[in-house]
Write a protein of this length. Structure first.
Length: 242
């Protein structure tokens, strides 16, 4: 039988304990508006708040995900994202599933699943809930350190692969930073050259304008009639007294 949506279960349990939505939302670090959407099934909350949520509802983490209303005073321990990422990848490999296959079964994207397994992102509470329901698991099998998973060669290999991937990402980030600085330096040089060219062009234009202004201020001397007639007179050699 399909389980009740976890948001509805939390809402029903909250009302049973006479807690307001605002009180429970504040306890787990969410706004009343966001928590209201979670209870309505329109928003998923971080998996890391699941222990606090179970504590507020007087439940173990296993009972919260299994929708069992067994009152408990056990304080659920905080979750370690690194353990979850390793055990999630271990579980998928142990089941012989590809990332595509597990993504289809849990309704997650392959990109999200890859991020969960690499430890780049923490799985959502909804994702883990679907995973547990699909494979009929207790939450502690995946969420808390499981010796059957962690103390194996496969787990060591997974952790080693995660470390190598993180080192590669750090190297790529460093190279990208160096390249960005180089591009910025080239951009500054080009800008300086452009400014120098513009300055020279501006100076030339100013010189041209000054020359034109100077020429415009010079007096214009027009030739007189006498000058004109004199210039047009012709003298013969016989007319000149020697």
């Amino acid at each position: 039988m399909k389980k009740e949506p976890i948001g509805k279960f939390v809402e029903r349990r909250r009302k049973l304990l006479r807690l307001t939505q605002t009180e429970l939302a504040s306890y787990v670090g969410y706004s009343p508006q966001a928590f209201s959407k979670f209870e309505a099934g329109r928003l998923s909350i971080s998996l890391l708040v699941a222990p606090s949520l179970a504590n507020a509802l007087n439940l173990t983490l296993d009972d919260l995900f299994a929708r069992r209303e067994n009152d408990s005073q056990i304080v659920n321990k905080p979750l370690d994202p690194e353990i979850i990422s390793v055990q999630l990848q271990f579980f998928r490999n142990a089941r012989g599933l590809t990332q595509n296959e597990l993504a289809v079964k849990t309704g997650a994207s392959v990109r999200s699943l890859r991020s969960y397994e690499l430890g780049d992102a923490v799985p959502t509470l909804t994702f883990i809930d679907r995973l547990l329901e699909e494979f009929n698991l207790e939450s502690s099998y995946i969420l808390y350190k499981n010796p059957m998973m962690m103390d194996t060669n496969l787990a060591a290999s997974i952790r080693s692969g995660q470390i190598r991937t993180k080192k590669k990402k750090q190297l790529y980030a460093s190279l990208l930073g160096i390249f960005s600085c180089f591009v910025a330096a080239v951009g500054v040089g080009v800008a300086q050259i452009s400014r120098a060219g513009a300055l020279r062009l501006g100076l030339n234009e100013q010189v041209d304008e000054a020359s034109q202004l100077y020429e415009a201020q010079l007096p214009v001397v027009e030739p007189s009639e006498d000058d004109t007639s004199a210039s047009n007179e012709t003298y013969l050699l016989s007319d000149i007294d020697l």
